[in-house]
Design a binder for this molecule. Sequence first.
Ligand code: ATP
Ligand code: MG
Length: 602
Amino acid sequence: MRLSQMLFVTLREDPAEAEIPSHKLLLRAGYIRRIASGVYAYLPLMWRVLKKVSQIVREEMDATGAQECMLPQLQPSELWQESGRWDTYTKAEGIMFALSDRQQRQMGLGPTHEEVITTLSRETIRSYRQLPLHLYQIQTKFRDEIRPRFGLMRGREFIMKDGYSFHPHEESLQKTYDEMDRAYRNMLRRCGLEFRAVEADSGAIGGAASQEFMILAEAGEDEVLYTEDGQYAANVEKAVSLPPDAEPSAFSEYEKRETPNTETIENLCQYLHCSPTQVVKNLLYRAVYDTGKVVLVLVSIRGDRDVNQVKLQNELTGLATAFDATAVISLDVPSAEMQQKLTKQPLPLGYIGPDLLDDYIASAENLQPEFLRLADRTVVELKNFVTGANEIGYHVVGANWGEHFKLSDRVVDLQKAQAGDRAVHDPTQRLQTARGIEVGHIFQLGTKYSRAMGATYTNEQGEELPLVMGCYGIGVSRLAQAAVEQSYDKDGIIWPVAIAPYHAIITIPKMSDKQQVEVAENLYRQLNEMGIETLLDDREERAGVKFKDADLIGIPYRIVPGRSLKEGKVELVDRATKKSQNLAIDEVPSTLKQWIEWVTNK
Ligand code: ATP
Ligand code: MG
């Protein structure tokens, strides 16, 4: 491609709308343009990158025997009603774009395709002989994200590869899941990315395995906790750890103490000269179930620990049937205003004890009249602890479970693991923290959708059983931007060769120099014929401008027919290292070919 004929618009200044380097660079270098919040046009250079990423993904998927297909983006609401996800995906903070057609039928734009694929499998899979089966597609997804940001990282329209596998039993699923783990590692390695596979939250599906693939980068929205020994890595949403040991309590007598102005753990500990590890703090949450039922949740946790809301949400989802519901649609700490509606009298905030009376709860039709009391594991072993006295300005000290307070029967792991905690698999290992960009997620769904939607098969014994399913997603457009986030310098993007829009760029320093133009044109033709994808910068611009642009767009190799032409040589510059060498003109094609093969086959 000749730059003189290309839609090629670079910006000298950082665009104001962008916060992180990769977003700034893709805008500045003319790869993308914003059309609306979270909606981007992929310009020709970007589209080439996306096609390369897609092709690597496709090759690795095909190698496992998965079959490519294309499913509809326009999906009827009935399917989502069947799976029970229509309301959670379209109401409150739901992310599905919903619309109605001219006959007033409700439809949604596909944020994901479990419903569509499960319907297909219900209609087409009859027998164990057809299993296992794995279908995938590479397609635009729509999600009305609450906070679209960082360009392609969190868009409302983006490209994803999603695959769904069907199995007769768990072992078969496990096999495909393991193959996908390997395939995903291959994809990311081939794209030239540094990544980490981590244990991930799988929602409330108990025991289901799920793993995320994280591109390590400062701008990542996710926190990863891992150990140096390489044995453990998890998304903080899922991570488990051993908290520091509690310090022995300074209190041996149970008594109520006046503790003015001690709403915070810090103030309380200062006032009582005790450690936060001796305090049982009691936190109030409000959960709203899909039936509209509102439940007030009281969580008791050790004073030095925080609640992991994802774990809490999973726990509450697991309890949904107790409230005739199937899902939690929102979970929050109720605001002061909200508390007024939920309670008969003001709560003793900052002084709440585990035994806070249910009488506080207002009587309202949809409001559960009792607190749902949960205890985090960190409080179970505490002796002679400090906790709220349910009265403003007062705490109790020297308290014990069984004696002064009843420990909830629901003891669960709700604490947020943090850097510095000891690892569960080996307490001598400490958790370390890193930021990551989630680009892929593989997930054992089990029979969640097949049961809900009645997708069954007949086994060898003639029994009808629900299909066992897995799903596997990788964000093609997010991955492409993450590659930039991991590889750039002050002058611009440094594309990994395998996904660069072009391999090489020939920059003609002076268009009026006939010899320069002739050598450049010859090389341009020759390289492209050999399959080395080459750009020709034949614009009437100053050499300095052209060099800056080449660096900005990040093409791996630059060829300059300049001063060294006198000796029959051209300059060859490596974008990543900025190293340059003069090479005989006829050696350029074979040298480049070797370099490209070497780095893309690594
Ligand atoms: P996140 O936690 O970042 O919102 P998710 O858990 O919703 O992601 P999945 O449903 O597992 O994502 O989708 C699979 C992949 O699709 C993700 O790993 C990510 O690479 C990509 N992806 C998801 N949401 C977006 C988005 N809004 N913009 C771009 N890529 C996305
Ligand atoms: Mg995810």
